[in-house]
Design a protein around this ligand. Structure first.
Ligand SMILES: [Zn+2]
Ligand SMILES: [Zn+2]
Length: 362
């Protein structure tokens, strides 16, 4: 598969940020270090890309095997001569159910997240259930309901098109501009001038707040970040499901942490053993408490951070790049309007119909 872009193609133009002054004093040693660093960086990028291509190839081979061996013989799917857009899509995404589900290229993070949640839930239901007899019988069933909510939001966030922008494969040289592809357009949004950068991979001028994800190899609208734990870009169309996943996972881990702590305390009082004794007799519950504790801190930090970002209407990408350090954020409409804008506005439909018949390339 062709990979036409260089590393610079994957960087979004910082919005309304003056560039830092060039011409810093540098000696030969610094130049040598700089060369070594850039060489190392390009090697790491090339290596990561090779790994991703290899993983994607294996996932596609597995998918084809499942379709050929099990789905087609039993009539679950039919063979078709029509080539669909998802079959020839040049990005790194992996598609399931004939282009209905759009996933990122690396499923390892998603698998790890799913297994961690399932193992925690199983551990809680198996070992803590016996000690919770003095609580209403709904404690364990409620943990199962929470687990289902967490997993459903995780699956929706990881399989929804995040807001992929269609490529412009028919762009002429005139549209592309200079050979270095740095032609910029400017737009005014709420009185603030924003610079838009041309993406040489997708051959489009990126809309405001969009960015080319180097992992998925697509330009994505209102790009927030590429989440390794979900294995998918988090952007305009799946941000709410991502938030739902993070908040429900936080509630879930607080829930099992509280009851697991209660179980440990009860056992310690009953048997008179200390923490070391508990480690010997109940390693499962202590492992669950430790894992839940770490998860609560991690997820709690994410919830607070994204709550702050929603209140000021910024994406994680814009925040990390300090895009509005020296200029007003033109998308900030005040806390309540920002919350309404991000959480309550209907999600736009996908800009790419992955199930449509593929147009022959010109
Ligand atoms: Zn792009
Ligand atoms: Zn991505």
């Amino acid at each position: 598969m062709k990979k036409a872009g260089s590393v610079e193609d994957f960087e979004m133009e910082p919005v309304s940020v003056p560039t830092s002054p060039a011409g810093e004093i540098s000696d030969d040693l610094n130049e040598e270090d700089g060369r070594k660093n850039s060489c190392l960086k390009s090697k790491v990028v090339a290596k990561s890309r090779n790994i991703l291509v290899e993983i994607r190839g294996k996932v596609l081979a597995l998918k084809k095997l499942v379709e050929d061996k099990w789905l087609q013989p039993y009539g679950c799917i039919s063979k078709s001569d029509t080539t669909r857009t998802y079959q020839v899509w040049p990005g790194n995404n992996v598609f399931f159910f004939h282009g209905r589900l759009v996933c990122g290229p690396d499923p390892r993070g998603l698998l790890l997240t799913t297994v961690s949640i399932l193992v925690s839930s199983w551990n809680f239901a198996m070992y803590n259930g016996d000690d919770l007899s003095q609580f209403p019988r709904l404690v364990v069933p409620f943990s199962v309901v929470l687990t289902i909510i967490v997993l459903v939001s995780l699956i929706i966030a990881s399989t929804t098109d995040p807001g992929i922008i269609p490529r412009n494969d028919s762009a002429s040289v005139d549209e592309i501009g200079p050979s270095n592809g740095t032609r910029r357009k400017r737009v005014i949004v709420n009185g603030v001038e924003l610079k838009l950068k041309y993406c040489r991979v997708c051959k489009i001028t990126r809309p405001p707040r969009s960015c080319h994800c180097a992992i998925c190899d697509n330009c994505v609208e209102k790009f927030d970040h590429h989440c390794p734990w979900i294995g998918q870009c988090i952007a305009l169309r799946n941000y709410r499901f991502y938030l739902m996943f993070v908040v429900s996972a936080l509630m879930y881990f607080i829930y099992i942490f509280a009851f697991s702590c209660w179980r440990i305390r009860r056992r310690m009082l009953r048997t008179g053993t200390g923490l070391l004794g508990m480690l010997k007799h109940f390693p499962d519950t202590l492992a669950l408490v430790s894992f839940s504790f770490a998860a609560i801190w991690f997820l709690g930090g994410l919830v607070v951070f994204h709550g702050y970002l929603i209140s000021i209407n910024q994406t994680s990408y814009e925040n990390f790049r300090h895009c509005y350090l020296d200029s007003k954020n033109p998308f900030d409409k005040g806390i309540f309007s920002n919350i309404k804008d991000i959480l309550c506005r209907p999600s736009p439909s996908s800009r790419v119909d992955f199930r449509a018949e593929a147009m022959p390339s010109t």
